[in-house]
Ligand binder design. Sequence first.
Ligand SMILES: Nc1ncnc2c1ncn2[C@@H]1O[C@H](COP(=O)(O)OP(=O)(O)OP(=O)(O)O)[C@@H](O)[C@H]1O
Length: 481
Amino acid sequence: MMVKDMFAQLGSIIASVMFVWAIFKQYFPHELRSSLEKHFQGMVNFVYPFIQIRFNEFTGERLMRSGAYSAIETYLSSKSSMQAKRLKADVVMNSSQPLALSMDDNEEVEDEFEGVTLKWTSGKNISKSQPFSFYPVSDEKRYYKLTFHKKHRDVIIGPYLNHVLKEGKAIRVRNRQRKLYTNNGSHWSHVVFEHPATFQTLAMDAEKKKEIIDDLITFSKAEQFYAKVGRAWKRGYLVHGPPGTGKSTMIAAMANLLGYDLYDLELTAVKDNTELRKLLIETSSKSIIVIEDIDCSVDLTGQRKKKEKEKDEEDKEKDALKKLAGKEETETKTSKVTLSGLLNFIDGLWSACGGERLIVFTTNYMEKLDPALIRRGRMDKHIELSYCGLEAFKVLARNYLDVESHYLFQEIEAMLEEINMTPADVAENLMPKTVPANAETCLKSLIKALEKVKEDVKNKELVVEEVTDDKEKEKSDEKEK
Ligand SMILES: Nc1ncnc2c1ncn2[C@@H]1O[C@H](COP(=O)(O)OP(=O)(O)OP(=O)(O)O)[C@@H](O)[C@H]1O
């Protein structure tokens, strides 16, 4: 009975207010009305000193999904899962975290920024569905509302909102499924990049490893620095060392550390400098462009470059003669990428296309490369990977056998000091042959392999000595004759 009365009273109050408002709007002069409205607004502001900003999910005439809304949704995701009581779960394509949580409608979460507390609420408007629409139209329009005290207006509207949008986008980039691109001629195709290598599992000298990690992290955070000094946000690495020392593994670890995509550029499949330029321009930001075994891309050595140049001159002469004779060149040229083409790109054009890219060259034979390619400034950092040393062995033993120390370590360490064995070969010998792994068996198998390498080297040396002895004998025989 009481509730019924209350509703009846409320109904009549609302009806009266609406009636008074209609009379007020119709009969009061415009000036008086706006002055009263101003006073009314002032009273509201005094009683409710908060500012609200609304971010709609869809904006514009074509109702595109708002980038700001997506960024806020991502930014609030972790806060929502901690604070909200009702959550929504969505399956996200192309993400390393396929299930994304966000707060359900009419939930609220708090956030703090530079000592200011503010509140985000989620809501939705349900608009009338279009009666003659042929297709079912979703008429729920979601939004996020940010509420904060008006005295914090400057902090929130400027720095805080920038922080939210930037962080939201960064989280999205971090969680995205990364890709490994390979070029088929002038086109990139991609697969999902899921290499498990990390710097933690990479076997190498700890100090050197730390130096590389620090360098990479400094680079990834240096957007403002590069902008300040007027340089493109790019960095070049030259990774060199014998086969099986972990050059490719290190590149995968770099991509995993920074959350970058990988572009594996096969230079031998690139027709000419124009095609190379097109491929490089198409690479996206936050990526590593890898050119493996650059020494095998023969046209990149100085000598070949000269030959190419000579050939170009010859071609030009031939073309000129043909033109004089009235015969135009009809066949397509199968020209190659040249060293100068690659250098020009690294130095110039590349700088103009977006930021945050690493370019990594690998080679097994540093001495075969043209000095122009590897000089500092082009390749900012040279990383040498070498045969398995003491520290690298310990990392591998921990990775493969879960052992930190063993009585056979001493013997192995002594052998590694005098015998060259790549981390790939050491890893192969440490690979467990039984489940669970028997550390002793694997370590003994490694010792055997090391002994065999030592033996092989000795035999090779003996053969070389015999051959040189024979040659010297032949020479002295000839002299005697
Ligand atoms: N430093 C290392 N740390 C951990 N694993 C390594 C290391 N080096 C080699 N390996 C192991 O050996 C395998 C081959 O190594 P990887 O392909 O990285 O060598 P690479 O130097 O790139 O050789 P190549 O010059 O022949 O391409 C890897 O799959 C990895 O398991």
